[in-house]
Design a protein around this ligand. Sequence first.
Ligand SMILES: Nc1ncnc2c1ncn2[C@@H]1O[C@H](COP(=O)(O)OP(=O)(O)OP(=O)(O)O)[C@@H](O)[C@H]1O
Length: 575
Amino acid sequence: MADVEAGVEQPASTQDVPVPQAASLSEKMTSAGTGYVLEARDLTYKVKVKVGKDMQEKVIVHPVNFTIKPRQLMAIMGASGAGKSTLLDILATRIPQSSVDGEYLMNDQPVSSTFKRVSGYVMQDDALYPLLTVRETLQYAALLRIPGLGRAQKKEVVEETIKALKLSACANTIVGDDRHRGVSGGEKRRVSIGVDIVHQPKIIFLDEPTSGLDSTTALQIVETLRAICQRDRTIAVTIHQPSSRVFEVFDKVMFMSKGHLVYNGPPTGLGDHLQVISKDPLPKFANLSELFLEVVDKYEREGNVEQLLLAETSILLHRNFKNVIRTPELFLVRLFTAVMTGLILGSVYWDIPASEEGVAQLAGYIAFTEAFFIFTSLEALPIFLDERHIFAREHGRGAYRVSSFVLANTLVILPFLFLCALIYSAISFYMLGLANGGGNFIYQVVMIFVMVVAANGFSTFISGFVPDALTGNGMGTAIMAFMFLFGGLFINASQIPRGWIWFYYISMFRYPFEGMMKSNIDQLPDSQEQLRTTSLEQFDIEDWNRWTSVGAMLVFFVGWRSLFYLVLRLKYSKR
Ligand SMILES: Nc1ncnc2c1ncn2[C@@H]1O[C@H](COP(=O)(O)OP(=O)(O)OP(=O)(O)O)[C@@H](O)[C@H]1O
């Protein structure tokens, strides 16, 4: 009993309602002490409807993915006809599983017959006997819903329910109706809820529990639900138009639009989301959920609901850009070193001659350029690790998908890396006096760009699984050092022992080296035909196509990023 009494004395609206340690009767009655996680994977609901003489398929709920966890009060929102009730019915298994596509899991297992035993569904209307008191109503409900329990225990359950729903003050008042004065509208709604949760289910679904109530009463109901939720309950509620205060009580909100899930995250994230999807400036003091419904309605009328589904990546991009702009030192340092390195190399290799010595200098310049850009990509490891921690927390709350995070994380860095490649090349290329025939300069910018993008992908991949930056740095540097060894400068392919040749193929240094060497040597004038032939032979690149190098680095880039995605999925999606 201790926990329910504690629940009564607590202000139910606070974010941290203490969770009692002692097991109450309700805890003893339900199988799992820690609650249930519900997970929807591509859950889809289609029906056949008659159009003229034909039967056509209509999608009521498009594939949705989300998790609902114990202690997270979750609201399903959306305009009328958005699919809220249908989704709630699917979750409550009121729509047979056989007519629903996709997977619906409870604690990682497909939902089975035990589901009904641990869950409760609260209807919208208050169908109660008007002349019974609140306590009597709940007592009869207990008799009917929990037949196996002894009389004393049933009484205890009823008292617990009365306290949890804050009905103590009116427990002996009749429910009432138009002709008999009884409890208030809010209390009546609590009694209705009590009737459906008197068997203390661990999972509770409520269809519009606040409809028809004024905003203060609605707030009290939602706060009570939140207090119940804190006792390891998994609760999902459909709600049409909550006030701002009600909206903020929820831990998580899901917005539906024409059967699509268009927002899934904490109420606090809705403002950022709105900024991205709204084409008009946002009013300063607005009810966010109402505003969101208005914006979504606009998209619906324009027939562009699918566009909303892309918003997740844009929001993350938006936030990442903001973060980058507000921490310019991160990028300025890298840009500064790119400029300095360009200047230093330009002065060291000033005006390379068209001779054997010049080709050796060119090889030195290219190898150092690679080392500089590839090794320094590891510098960003601590930042990536911080981002991974933020991701873990937000993804755990179901705020966004792994793919959106990886995509946003990839895209945000591209313009900056391009700038580094361009500035570095613009400085050093001309100081070295390299020939610009055959688009050699543009080739160098593109090559260095795809090279840093690939190296960045490698560092990000490492950041996906290492415990800390030190380990990541050690591991990354060691792998890169070996890639450098097989990068084309120190040893030719024909000299590499057979057992090591695979390293030559996976070396991120080899492709840019061979590509840039080939591109530059090809520019030697016809009078240097002999030098050109011997140099190409010396580096084994007579038949090499410089654009193959660009392609190879793009493969690395996509490959590392895909591995990063897989690592995050394996590591975090199961939890
Ligand atoms: N079995 C069905 N056959 C045909 N259409 C259906 C079926 N079930 C639901 N729909 C349609 O699917 C859409 C979503 O219905 P649903 O009741 O889930 O919406 P809602 O968001 O709960 O709306 P409201 O807030 O008005 O209750 C509606 O257009 C409804 O008419």
